[in-house]
Structure formats: C-alpha cells, structure tokens
Design a protein around this ligand. Structure first.
Ligand code: P6P
Length: 348
C-alpha cells in the first residue's frame, strides 16, 4: 500500500509463550531446564482447561469421595488436575521433586527418570468448590531451586522463603484460559488460543495501580476478625464520609486465582486475614503454593503482599502446608492495611 508506514513484522502480532521463553533464555535470564519446566506446566494447564471445559458432559464434576491433608473433600477435578501435573512433570528431567496441595508430602522424581535442579510446588485446582457452580477456578505454581548436593529432596528442602522463587505463575480457567507468569523480570499475561493450542502474550509487564477503590474479602467472617482488620474494613465501608475519604467497591469470588487476576487486571486488595476460625492453623491460605507464588507475581507487577505484619516473600516456612494471613494487591492499599495492624500492635 503506497505511503503505509513500514511496521516491523514482529510488532504485528502477539508472541507465543514459547517465543517469550526462548527470548528470556537467549537473554540469560532462564536456562533450558526452567524453560522446559514452564512449557510442561503450561501444557498441563491446557489439558486441565479442556477437562474443566467439558463440565457435566465430561463426568468430572462433583466429589471424588476422598480427602486431602487439608481436611478438605477432594473434587474429581482436584484429583484429575493433580494427576495431569504429576504425569506431565515425571519424565522431562527438569525437576528434582514436586509438592502439591493434594499430597501429604513432597515427592522426588522417580529414580528411573533423570533429575533436574528445580522443585515445583502447586495447587492444581484452586477454588475447586466453585467448579460445580461454573465459576472460574485456577492452577497456581511456584518454582524453587533444589539445594546444592540434594539429589532426593524431602519436605524440608522445599521450606525456602518466597524470595528464593525463580518462577511463579497461575492459570485462570474463566471465559478464556489465561496464564500469568513471572521469572523475576516483570509479570506477563498469556491467553490460550484454543484453535492453535498456544498461549499468546496479551499483556507484557503488567503494572498494578498503586491505589484502588476495590477490596476483596469474605465479609461473613467479619465478627471473627482481629481488631485491626475490623477497624480497617469498617473505615473502608465508611466511604467518602470516613477517614479514607473515598467510596470503595467490594468483590469476593471465593476463588483466589479469579480474585487475584482481577487485581492484576485493574488493581484492588485481596485479603484473607486471620480469624478465630482459622487462627490455630495460622490462616486459611497456604504459604508455599498459594500466597508465595501470588506474592511474587504481584510484586513483579508493582504491587505488594503481606501477612499484615511481614512481607509475604520473607516469611521463613516451617511446614509444607503452612497457612498464613494474606493481604495482596495495590501497594498503597496493602501498606494501609499493614498500618492498621502495626498501629494495633503498638497501641492496642
Ligand atoms: P472462603 C478456595 O477454597 C480458597 O482456597 C481460595 O481460592 C479462596 O480465596 C478462599 O479459599 C475462599 O475461602 O472461606 O471464602 O470459602
């Protein structure tokens, strides 16, 4: 076309996950084993997406009739998703071991297979209580390095603070299937092109707005919260007339991946604080394969993540299925929630 400006060919269409990972490898930011690991997990998420998409027609809804170490009844899709991720990661030679919300203990890669240097942790299907009512659910994963000299990792080798993660991601199975990923150089969003079967980059280097007017919390727990959480939310609800000087909106999907993805997309704060019901367990959400990967993803997108009293990524884990209180999202709002907790701890 005469006069049309020449558009660099590679600016004309989104790049695939594979191309992004190859570019990261060529830049020296990831190695071949980590690239393979991420591709394998992404491929497993595509299989999970297909299984979920069948719904009632696939015979995969409802309870599996089993329970997990969390004391939760497992859904059929919990077990299927876990099996898909185990099988996908068993033979690639990129892992030394893996751990799952659905398994009591971590599992070293079978002796017969070549072992790599990474540890993979995942919640294979987070929010699975929403499956039977057709609400978005997701897969969350975190990657750590296996400690030097350890060839058969045990649970104790997974107990590394979130700052040691080399990769974290989640896949949200919603109207579209989207993979959100960080390898420590920004947070990027990939959307599954179902016709081709490829994740295509649809947002590079997400930046979560520093401020927000939207909070996510299960308000039915309000009477069980600690005083600082009571005061923080009470002030949110006072709106423009209150100390915050602005009105807030509330969302609660009860699927962490869906709530966090909304925050990645438009900002907000997600909270699952301590309450009298979960205090003895340390909280509701799990540190190693829910809070830490989400914290890494959010921080890489300019947000913040805290227990309310400590930066999430600096928590020293004491157990594979350890639970923690969670505040994450727009950094200035998380700082405000933390301020309420610090003031209470100082002054009561
Ligand atoms: P509640 C789902 O079971 C989950 O682990 C998270 O995905 C979600 O944010 C939370 O629990 C919902 O908890 O108490 O509101 O059902």
């Amino acid at each position: 076309m005469p006069g049309s400006a020449a558009i660099p060919w590679n600016a004309m269409k989104p790049i695939s996950l594979t191309r992004y990972l190859i570019e990261e490898q060529h830049a020296g930011r990831i190695n071949a084993d980590l690239r393979l690991l991420i591709e394998v997990v992404a491929r497993a998420c595509k299989s999970i997406s297909i299984a979920i998409g069948k719904g009632a027609l696939g015979g995969v809804l409802g309870d599996a009739g089993t329970g997990n170490i969390q004391g939760e009844a497992q859904k059929k899709l919990d077990v299927l998703s876990n099996d898909i991720l185990l099988e996908a990661n068993a033979w690639g030679g990129h892992l030394a071991g893996l751990a799952s919300e659905e398994m009591d203990h971590s599992q070293p890669i079978p002796d017969a297979a070549r072992r790599g240097n990474y540890l993979l942790l995942f919640d294979p299907l987070d929010g699975s209580s929403n499956i039977d009512v057709n609400i978005s659910v997701g897969t969350i994963f975190s990657v750590l390095r296996c400690p030097d000299g350890v060839t058969t990792p045990g649970d104790e080798h997974f107990l590394q603070p979130g700052t040691t993660q080399v990769c974290a991601g989640y896949t949200t199975y919603g109207p579209s299937t989207m993979l959100v990923l960080t390898v420590g150089h920004g947070t990027h969003v990939f959307t599954l092109d179902r016709e081709v079967g490829t994740f295509m980059m649809t947002r590079r280097d997400v930046q979560v707005p520093a401020d927000t007017k939207e909070f996510a919390v299960n308000m039915s727990n309000q009477r069980f919260w600690e005083p600082p959480m009571q005061r923080y939310v009470a002030d949110l609800l006072k709106g423009k007339e209150g100390p915050r000087g602005k009105d807030f909106n509330m969302r609660w999907v009860a699927s962490m991946v869906a709530d966090v993805h909304r925050i990645i997309t438009r900002g907000g704060i997600f909270s699952y604080p301590l309450d009298e019901k979960c205090r003895e367990k340390g909280g509701k959400l799990r540190l190693m394969y829910e809070a830490n990967p989400m914290a890494f993803i959010i921080e890489q997108a300019g947000g913040a993540a805290s227990t309310g009293r400590q930066r999430m990524l600096e928590v020293q884990p004491t157990g594979l299925h350890q639970r923690v209180p969670v505040f994450l999202g727009s950094r200035n709002e998380v700082a405000e929630a933390v301020r309420y907790h610090e003031q209470f701890d100082r002054e009561g």
